[in-house]
Design a protein around this ligand. Structure first.
Ligand SMILES: Nc1ncnc2c1ncn2[C@@H]1O[C@H](COP(=O)(O)OP(=O)(O)OP(=O)(O)O)[C@@H](O)[C@H]1O
Length: 816
């Protein structure tokens, strides 16, 4: 793998204090971060005590770093052992939790502190409940002290600690960025300098005290203790610090890293971040809060990577279309607008199911019958929002003989031959060839903490980013599924970027505006749910499969044992210039299942001999059948051969030389003609062609007005004509010259002249009507002779007849 110029520049730049590398998902931020290590080690670790720290968010990412490192070959590469083995002395790769816990442990030992860290939600809930009750006694009128606000209160207290607001005064005055924006409506806003804030702060103190009485501290307090301990004395300091995923760091975590930083002339502090992937509501670097809030002015020190190398263009398009719906994300000053790379692949598949069992069955079938034929098990990841969802899928897959396991966050194994199951949070930073995101249901994502003080908008942004992170983990294939009412985010992904099945082009169901309904004069109930599905299918036939609207129809009548039936949609094609049914489609209202539609479809296909394909769909599910009623993956897209042929074949009769030619031209490109002698295949070459206007209509029987321009033109070889710009073509609509082979529908090629020789075929005007006849001069008279015994010759005074021209050739049309 070759790094791009910008990546190389960032890796091999002289360290110069702090820098920010921001970029879109999959743009190689981690790749750059990892490859900075050998460069810094070889060139900017002069002193004995110079060391490098690379911080990742969680353990799984440490494994990923090894994998990323093995992908690139650089001149200045360290061996794996030097970087990751036990021998490494100057390099530390650690998670933030590991760093924090080390200091917490030292604090415990040093001070004989008896409390342990707890992450048990039940302990937190029970303790919080107790504290709420205690405070309520003293403050009966404070609304926030209510059990229904429990989740919110725990979350708010976590946030206060994560932001390191240790004094009431400070908390009373902060803008609650990234949380309640302060712009929420209603009286429930947490106003600055309010009693509510005071009470929350008091609750925090009491809650910590009550936990400690049980010999516990929570994770956030542990981090605070660790920070204080590190500030007292750092165990080791680092000349270079590289922080991956820094958009998710809390202020306490950033402060810890600052404490471990040993500033020198040649030291560096590199933040790697993508705000579009910030998925933790307690992170410090949210919209509206810049790096200067942690003492780093990034002016002139921030660099962007914009190309997504990880996913295909199609997956990236779908993922970005979800982000684009949220102005909070777009307006963030650190948001990087992605640029797409040209890596073609399949659009993500979206499938909707009515319950988890059907969803699991689909996933299991897809993996067994398709994915495992092309991918190794450990190249496939299934992600869900909650652990419970994953456990269900894990069990289902294992029962069906597919090896799969929920990834162990402490000791992850990416090498074993099992499909990996991860929560959306724990897949951050990683990548898999195939990603299946399941359980995308309403109430699961976005899900909100209940309570009066909750800022729905901020939470929704965070949840949207979470799904975006999940989607951008896929290298090649992405599946999205829901097992209940779909998440609103599914509806916000541009439907043009989601399809129903990997092998099929049909896009996910989307509603078509009633005003845009097609064939509406034939619709019996324009508001029915079934019509919605039918219109979506019609739109797909036209937009995805490119069938022209005129080949499609609805309510196509078929006779089934003399009983008429009506096919919901028919796609016709032309065979031997005959319009015949080609595809039958039966639709049902959304979510009604396709059993009945399939039965109907089969019975209609059985009685029609030209129909080659059938589709039964209810918008959720669909089946495609071939002529033998076998299930297949795809219908053919429209092809021009399905139309009546555009080739026009003519016979040209050169009247003067009595020669016959075959002349072929393409209606769509009339200047291209091919000419052979009749009965031969060798194409004749001509030096130049003349462009003739076509006029009509000339009645070769009763005289009629000529020279009404038809608008078309004919290209004929100049040498067939007698001089340039002196010929035109006329369409014949009569039969009086049949005897010389000039028939209805032919074109005669006429040389403009006012005189004629006897027996010439002329276009003559009599009383402003034109006629096609043989010319015979008889003194002061002319005889205009038809070549059809049904008509009499016309005798006229010479002065009453005007000769427009003489026919020199005939083009006989012969459309195939
Ligand atoms: N120049 C490149 N050419 C080809 N592939 C690249 C290039 N740079 C990075 N990649 C590949 O792109 C994928 C994503 O890289 P990486 O994980 O470093 O991106 P990231 O910006 O950290 O992603 P995220 O923020 O989504 O976690 C990896 O598979 C990596 O090998």
């Amino acid at each position: 793998m070759k790094l791009n110029m910008e990546q190389n520049r960032l890796i091999f730049s002289k360290p110069n204090g702090h820098i920010l590398i921001k970029g879109v998902a999959g743009s190689g931020k981690t790749t750059v971060a990892v490859h900075k290590i050998p460069y810094l080690l070889n060139h900017y670790c002069y002193g004995e005590d110079d060391k490098i720290l690379m911080v990742t968010y969680n353990r799984t990412l440490i494994n990923y770093i090894k994998y990323i490192y093995s992908k690139v070959e650089l001149e200045e590469q360290l061996s794996f052992d030097e970087l990751f083995g036990d021998q490494k002395k100057k390099i530390k790769i650690a998670t933030l939790d590991q760093l924090l816990y080390t200091y917490f442990k030292r604090y415990q030992e040093r001070t004989k502190f008896q409390c342990e860290v707890t992450f048990d939600n039940r302990i937190a809930y029970n303790t919080m409940l107790q504290c709420i009750e205690l405070l309520k006694k003293k403050n009966p009128d404070v609304k926030i002290l209510d059990q229904k606000n429990m989740k919110f209160l725990i979350d708010e207290i976590d946030w206060i600690k994560s932001c390191h607001y240790m004094e009431l005064e400070e908390y009373q005055n902060v803008d609650r960025l990234g949380r309640m924006s302060g712009t929420g409506e209603g009286p429930q806003r947490l106003l600055k300098n309010s009693d509510t804030r005071r009470i929350i702060f008091e609750l925090m103190k009491l809650y910590d005290q009550k936990l400690m009485e049980q010999k516990y501290v929570d994770g956030k307090t542990m981090a605070l203790i660790a920070l204080t301990e590190a500030k007292r004395q750092a165990i080791e300091k680092f000349t270079h610090i590289i922080v991956d995923e820094s958009q998710d760091l809390t202020r306490v975590q950033i402060e810890l890293l600052k404490t471990l930083y040993q500033e020198k002339d040649y030291s560096s502090f590199c933040f790697v971040a993508d705000t579009a992937q910030s998925i933790y509501p307690h992170s410090w670097l949210v919209k509206g809060r810049s790096f200067s809030s942690i003492g780093f002015n990034m002016t002139g020190k921030s660099n962007s990577l914009t190309k997504n190398y990880r996913t295909t263009t199609q997956i990236a398009e779908a993922a970005y279309s979800l982000l684009e719906k949220d102005k909070n994300i777009l307006e963030d000053e650190n948001f990087v607008k992605p640029s797409l790379i040209d890596r073609k692949g399949e659009y993500p598949v979206y499938r909707r199911f009515n319950d988890s069992k059907n969803e699991a069955e689909y996933i299991s079938k897809e993996i067994k019958e398709k994915l495992l034929k092309e991918y190794k098990a450990n190249e496939i990841a299934i992600i869900a929002k909650t652990k419970n969802q994953l456990t269900y899928i894990e069990q289902y897959l294992n029962q069906n003989g597919i090896k799969a396991s929920v990834i162990d966050r402490v000791n992850p194994d990416f090498e074993d031959e099992k499909i990996k199951l991860l929560t959306m949070h724990s897949i951050k930073g990683l990548e898999f060839k195939v990603v299946i995101i399941c359980g995308l249901n309403q109430n699961i994502i976005p899900s909100y903490i209940q309570g009066d003080f909750v800022d729905i908008e901020a939470m929704e942004t965070s949840e949207r980013k979470l799904l975006y992170v999940g989607m951008t983990r896929a290298n090649e294939l992405l599946y999205l599924t829901s097992s209940d009412t779909p998440s609103k985010f599914i509806g916000e992904i541009n439907p043009q970027y989601l399809k129903m099945r990997m092998e099929t082009k049909i896009k996910k169901y989307y509603p078509v505006l009633i005003d845009h309904y097609r064939y509406s004069n034939k619709i019996s109930d324009i508001y029915s749910n079934e019509e919605k599905v039918r219109q979506w299918m019609i739109s797909e036939l036209i937009n995805t499969y490119n069938y022209p609207e005129r080949l499609i129809d609805i309510e196509h009548k078929v006779y089934n044992f003399s009983k008429p039936g009506f096919v919901d949609i028919v796609v016709n094609i032309y065979k031997n210039n005959q319009k015949v049914p080609y595809i039958f489609i039966e639709t049902k209202a959304s979510g009604n299942g396709i059993k009945d539609a399939l039965e109907q479809l089969k019975s209609y296909m059985n009685v029609n001999h030209t129909c080659q394909y059938g589709i039964a769909t209810d918008g959720h599910d669909f089946i495609i059948l071939d002529k033998e009623l076998r299930e297949i993956d795809e219908i053919p897209p429209f092809h021009s051969s399905m139309l009546p042929s555009s080739l026009e074949i003519y016979t040209y009769i050169d009247m003067k030389h009595k020669q016959r030619y075959k002349l072929t031209r393409d209606r769509d490109s009339v200047q291209d003609i091919m000419i052979c002698r009749e009965g031969e295949n060798d194409e004749l070459r001509f030096d130049s062609l003349e462009n003739l206007n076509v006029y009509g209509e000339i009645v070769a029987g009763v005289p009629k007005l000529a020279y009404e321009e038809l608008g078309g033109t004919f290209n004929l070889p100049t040498e067939w004509l007698q001089g340039q710009n002196e010929c035109f073509a006329l369409k014949v609509v009569g039969d009086s010259m049949e005897g010389v082979g000039i028939e209805y529908g032919d074109y005669v090629i006429v040389h403009k002249q006012n005189t004629a020789n006897n027996m010439d075929i002329v276009v003559a005007t009599i009383d402003e009507n034109a006629t096609l006849k043989k010319f015979m001069s008889m003194g002061d008279y002319v005889l205009l002779i038809p070549e059809n015994s049904n008509y009499e010759p016309i005798q006229m005074k010479k002065t009453d007849v005007y000769i427009n021209g003489v026919v020199i050739g005939v083009l006989k049309s012969n459309i195939y």
